[in-house]
Design a protein around this ligand. Structure first.
Ligand SMILES: Cc1cc2nc3c(=O)[nH]c(=O)nc-3n(C[C@H](O)[C@H](O)[C@H](O)COP(=O)(O)O)c2cc1C
Length: 191
């Protein structure tokens, strides 16, 4: 039996990301779990990702101004600073020193040094909803901590990503590998 539980969004867990941007000339960070994959790169289109950011946040103006931002995947090790940048606002707290950063190709997207993976993004578009700016970013460059690569490829088990569940308001970590994509289905009994 299934029970109707209203019209909740149950697309959790989501990876916890920290978005870096320059706001009013200063580096700021914001914890954003509502990230999405919009399209995968092909010869005619870039990798596009989305961020659902409430319009009340201080960071939004900086993304609109510089048209750049970074999306940094947090590991379980960064749970404390990642949560902190989601607790306080850059409007009245200087969050610029919470993470060590460097600048990449775009020059105005602060990239976090001590996290497993970072994407440097150019603002592609903004979709307006009554409460949220949905920032659409084009991934221009991706940076990986060498320690999380296996044979040159991102190894998500080494990245140990921090996951977010809105229903219990708790952070989770990753479980075990259970199968191969585009492969398990081949075991389905053919009719
Ligand atoms: C785990 C976690 C996830 C969050 N995810 C989002 C999100 O997806 N979208 C959003 O608008 N705010 C989200 N927030 C809230 C912002 O990170 C928070 O309000 C932040 O302090 C705003 O910073 P700013 O005012 O410096 O921009 C999240 C906070 C936490 C702790």
């Amino acid at each position: 039996m299934k029970t109707k539980i209203g019209n909740q969004n149950v697309l959790y867990p989501m990876p916890v990301t920290v978005v870096g941007a320059i706001v009013n000339g200063k580096i700021n960070f914001i914890n954003i779990a509502h990230v999405g994959i919009l399209s995968v790169k092909t010869p005619s289109q870039p990798h596009l990702i989305s961020l659902g950011m409430n319009k009340i946040h201080y960071t939004n103006a900086g993304i609109k101004e510089t048209k750049t931002f970074s999306v940094n995947l947090m590991s379980v090790n960064e749970i404390i600073p990642a949560d902190y940048v989601g607790l306080v606002s850059g409007e009245n707290n200087d969050k610029s020193q919470v993470f060590e950063t460097f600048f990449g190709e775009l020059k105005t997207a602060p990239i976090i040094k001590n996290c497993p993976l970072s994407m440097e993004c150019k603002l592609y578009d903004v979709y307006n909803t009554p409460q949220h700016d949905i920032f659409i970013g084009e991934v221009v460059a991706t940076y990986a901590d060498e320690k999380i690569l296996t044979d040159g490829k991102v190894d998500i088990s080494k990245a140990n990503p921090l996951l977010f569940d809105m229903n219990t308001i708790q952070y989770w970590s990753l479980g075990k590998v259970v199968g191969k994509c585009w492969s398990e289905g081949k075991k389905y009994p053919a009719k």
